[in-house]
Design a binder for this molecule. Structure first.
Ligand code: SF4
Length: 283
């Protein structure tokens, strides 16, 4: 029996930073403190913040007064304007790597490139990046969608920071044949690439893979999909309670990884449950 836990599992630098900012803000502004949307895509962490007095609101209109924390995914231009107009205090917890992607998008637009973002159009990070570019932006989630676009005179490309690097490369290859001039900025977060590469290596070695993270977390969903391509016995769970003993029955080697917004206490609980069910001693 063996349990392999990814070293890269769990909270990334940007999420840790956002959580720290929120905790500090809760001490400084104990009243009327809000986040615009969930601070991170993990219901358990959001519940924890709620207990500290950091309340999640979906719209600026629902925030009457006080302070608003912008989450690690960034904020759209429209919401930024509304926040300023309302006179709310702003604490910006946008991850610097997401900010960098926003800057590249603006740079490409300023220099006359149409912009193609490889990512999930509905994800708040992509929605925010898009909002700063008035026109000429497309978003594709797969290679097939990119094949239906173009041709372009000048095309600039970036990726959602948690996108799969191999997909980004494939879409770039398609666009290279459809654009006279192509400028590519690799905006994928290094932590994401490392996490995905490590997950691939572990999934190859085990006969069951557990991926922990919010069901609303895009990067966790992607991580689970990458693992499932290699190891069909891959299970995406949010908490230890969801782990089913039958998934582990007759499995000799179990792998464990987690998305960028999964708190360490949840990973530990899952680890302990796997060890208990399979009688594996730690570490
Ligand atoms: S995954 Fe990367 S880009 Fe996203 S919040 Fe974490 S560090 Fe920032």
């Amino acid at each position: 029996m063996k349990l392999i836990i990814a070293k890269s599992a769990g909270v990334c630098f940007g999420v840790k930073r956002a959580m720290d900012i929120a905790r500090e803000a809760a001490q400084k502004y104990p009243k009327d403190l809000y986040t615009l949307g969930p601070l991170i895509h993990n219901p358990q962490a959001v519940e924890f913040l709620d207990k500290l007095g950091v309340k999640g609101k979906d719209q600026i209109e629902h925030i009457p007064r006080g302070t608003v924390i912008f989450r690690s995914h960034g904020v759209s231009l429209k919401d930024l304007m509304k926040t300023r107009k309302k006179g709310l205090r702003i604490i910006d917890a946008t991850c610097p790597i997401v900010k960098r992607a926003q800057l590249y998008a603006k740079y490409l637009h300023r220099h006359g490139y149409d912009l193609l973002i490889v990512g999930d159009a509905q994800h708040p990070e992509v929605e925010a990046i898009r909002s700063y570019i008035p026109e000429g932006v497309d978003v594709v989630e797969d290679v097939e969608a990119s094949q239906r676009l173009g041709p372009w005179e000048k095309l600039g490309m970036i990726a959602q920071t948690t996108q799969s690097f191999s997909l980004f490369k494939e879409v770039v290859a398609v666009c290279l044949e459809r654009a006279k001039e192509l400028r590519v900025f690799n905006t994928i977060c290094h932590a994401t690439t490392i996490r995905q590469m490590e997950a691939v290596e572990i999934a190859k070695k085990v006969d069951c893979m557990i991926v922990i993270g919010g069901y609303n977390s895009g990067n966790t969903q992607r991580l689970a999909a990458i693992c499932r391509d290699i190891q069909p016995h891959t299970y995406h769970i949010e908490t230890a309670q969801e782990l089913r003993p039958r998934w582990l029955a007759r499995r000799e080697k179990i792998g464990l990884t987690a998305g960028a917004s999964t708190p360490s206490w949840i990973i530990k609980e899952v680890e302990l449950k796997v060890r208990r069910l399979k009688n594996i001693r730690g570490p």
